[in-house]
Write a protein that binds this ligand. Structure first.
Ligand SMILES: [Zn+2]
Length: 283
């Protein structure tokens, strides 16, 4: 028996902050966990610049980064349980904050860590878990510096090895924002439609989408996982959506296939096309 035949189907999602696994790829993780795929979440930062108690922001009274990190680690573990994640790996860097906050020079802030260094740690995890499929952000359209850094490090780690068959970027394109804004409007939250440069970027992302996964079967788990991040939910637009509007906005997840060794055609509706058939687990 060849060892390749015995390798379990494995999906690795590399994220910047606690909660991104739920907001960004929660449907995908729950969808594949339900189909017997081993799912690994790698979280690069401790999220210590997230909201503190009562929504206080970094630098404000009552915001203790160490406390925030501890709370968020507990929330992350609970969210991963809801999503059926097999293994959670924490790289433990500090949150860099948004550009302009002036916090990116802190010791061990993720963005200050050379991308090659972060990539080598992700590569070690790829060697350990042997995922056929890896997912991260789209470095060309995501705005948070930690997300860009995570995406670049992941891409570098995948390209340095020969193990990963397919690499995907999460796509938040124009149709995603349209559905989200529509769902928000239904509950009385009006947001301006994207325009100008933002719209151009979203339309470019939309055109690059190769893969749309129907996650409607697990969308309620994704919502439960999102709400497990209770300390951050006040800042979350998705957190304001009741069940039915949430289902409408988040029932599908779109991805951009950016590396592929299977030669299978796109568009596709399954990240494991060409690698095996994830089977719905009957329990
Ligand atoms: Zn994030």
């Amino acid at each position: 028996m060849s060892s390749a035949a015995a390798a379990p189907l494995t999906l690795m999602a590399v994220h910047a902050h606690p909660d991104d696994e739920s907001t960004s790829t929660g449907g995908l993780l729950a969808h594949y966990a339900l189909r017997g795929v081993r799912t690994i979440v790698v979280t690069c930062t401790d999220g210590d610049l997230g909201d503190g108690p009562g929504g206080v922001k970094p630098g404000q009274d009552g915001h203790d980064p160490r406390e925030v990190a501890a709370v968020r680690q507990g929330e992350l573990r609970r969210a991963c349980e809801h999503l059926g994640v097999s293994d959670l790996e924490l790289l433990g860097y500090h949150d860099s904050g948004m550009a302009g906050w002036g916090l990116q020079d802190r010791d061990n802030a993720f963005c200050g860590v050379p991308v090659e260094h972060a990539a080598s740690r992700i590569a070690l995890l790829i060697n350990r878990y042997q995922p056929q499929v890896v997912v991260t952000y789209d470095p060309d359209s995501t705005r948070h510096p930690d997300h860009v850094h995570a995406a670049r490090a992941t891409t570098l780690a995948v390209d340095a090895g020969q193990l990963v068959a397919k690499l995907y970027y999460k796509a938040h394109g124009s149709s995603y924002w349209q559905r989200l804004n529509q769902a928000l409007a239904e509950v009385g939250i009006q947001r301006a439609a994207p325009s100008g440069e933002t719209l151009r970027i979203l339309e470019t992302v939309e055109q690059r989408i190769t893969t749309i996964v129907d996650v409607s079967q697990v969308v309620d788990r994704k919502r439960t996982a999102l709400h497990a991040h209770a300390s951050q939910i006040g800042s979350s637009l998705a957190g304001k959506l009741p069940t039915s509007q949430y289902r409408y906005a988040f029932g599908t997840e779109a991805y951009i296939r950016t590396r592929d060794t299977t030669g299978t055609s796109t568009p596709e509706d399954d990240l494991f096309t060409g690698l095996g058939k994830p089977q719905l687990q009957l329990r």
